[in-house]
Design a protein around this ligand. Sequence first.
Ligand code: GLC
Length: 557
Amino acid sequence: MSNSSSNVVVPGRRDTGGGSQATPWWKSGVVYQIYPRSFQDSNADGVGDLPGILTRLDYLSDLGVDAIWISPFYPSPMKDFGYDVADYTGVDPLFGTLADFDRLLAAFHGRGLKVIVDWVPNHTSDEHPWFKASRSSRTDPRRDFYVWREGRAGGAPPNNWLSTFGGPAWTLDPPTGQYYLHSFLPEQPDLNWRNPEVRRAMMDTLRFWLDRGVDGFRIDVAHRVMKDPEFRDNPPNVGQGQLHKQLGDFDSQLHLYDSNHRDVHEVYRQIRRLLDAYGSKEPRVAVGEIHIFDLPELMAFYGEEEDELHLPFNFTLLKAPWNAAAVRRTVDAMEAALPKEAWPNWVLGNHDESRVASRLGEEAARAAMLLLLTLRGTPTLYYGDEIGMRDVPVTPEQVMDPWEKRVPGLNLGRDPERSPMPWDSSAHAGFTPPTAHPWLPMAADARERNVAAELRDSGSMLSLTKALLRLRCRHPALHLGSYRPVASAPTEVFAYLREQNEDRVLVALNFAAHPVTLALPEPARALLAGTHAGVRLATKEEIALRAHEGVVIELAR
Ligand code: GLC
């Protein structure tokens, strides 16, 4: 049996409900992350904005994603590019207006696309009116909105906790003589979630966006919201860091006391109750950014009664060495650890991580896309990965990211993965007008490697991504079905079956840089998609995979 060339599959349905009736959209759908500064500028200031995103609705709808998650666009001094929020219920003028947001939401909903907004509960900006009041005096009613402590003898900070972005997590505020806690920048003071008034005020900010009609929230550093009430010192860490990458001094401690206190779960139960109350017709989703690699600890965020987050982000693929055995182990471990009704999710990139195509190389990035879009669970796709964007290096003078500025030279800066989206071959690749200056450098090859060029090329990463998204949408096995690894696959190959009733699909990925032949566990019916052009099924019983090649095969029913 032979089959036609790569990438091209039968056009998919556009399922405006985002899933079959009984299945909520956030399970069957694919989420696309937009970093708003870098997606599309509409007013020639070199920074992307909400009206810019709206002008790309056709693109996103045609791409075939089901939801967008927009990184913060709230009023902010932009010390951490919006993750320092000065008003949870507005839009920063840099990004537009609340009316622009409402227009965007209505237009996306009109196309059957969901909109998830970012919510940053761990900290505010130091320019938030709550913090301004809080720091104004020890007796201000807002004092306890934040975490204030006396220094230790000799003027040392209250304990040894460190800021993720370098240096101590405490800053002395001389006017009132106490230290305040900041897990990130000093300009990002941590809220005191043990104060019921903080909880109430923050719940109101969720209501504000739910009332406007948003479909869910991506919750920033969800695991860090609750800390040890006794503020004990963290113990030293002698081994490797606990995360998927080395974070410098931050790795010198075990983060036992400054993160993931068990009381955090009550916060998410409360949030879930709120979302459920709003979601009687269309479910609203809670996605959590949780940098925890201990699986039972991560699974706890689904809730003991599965009454917390719908999708605690699963970053385990970022940590896995890129070979068949390690990736399979990672997937199998996640599948085994999941609570009974919990739904998995997968992430390969975001605004904090080096681009997939830079980490793995161009060819392997195609296979990685095939993996992401065919595993069981909701994929989150970072803008630009669909065209194979790579990290765009910045010179020391061009550095924007506060992390790189505070901890230079350790490769922690996140500017390279935030480079503006290249749309076409015009100057600045259509991101911003020729007269404007993009806030971060565009890729050197942006005028050649861009959306327009890739749309014309049936072998491009974009064509592959679109084909996979359509395939995923058409096949219940892919967006809903079970997962079963193929034990007999050669060591270079990760192969798995996805099955939903009559619909049965086999995915096979060759991680090696040489060809491998895979004996199919069952006879093939048709080749549905592949990373390489001109792929053929030699027989119904086996397939020859080229280096880094991935395929999706329909099995006989
Ligand atoms: C999260 C965000 C990151 C931000 C940090 C502090 O990790 O993804 O971009 O800098 O939280 O808010």
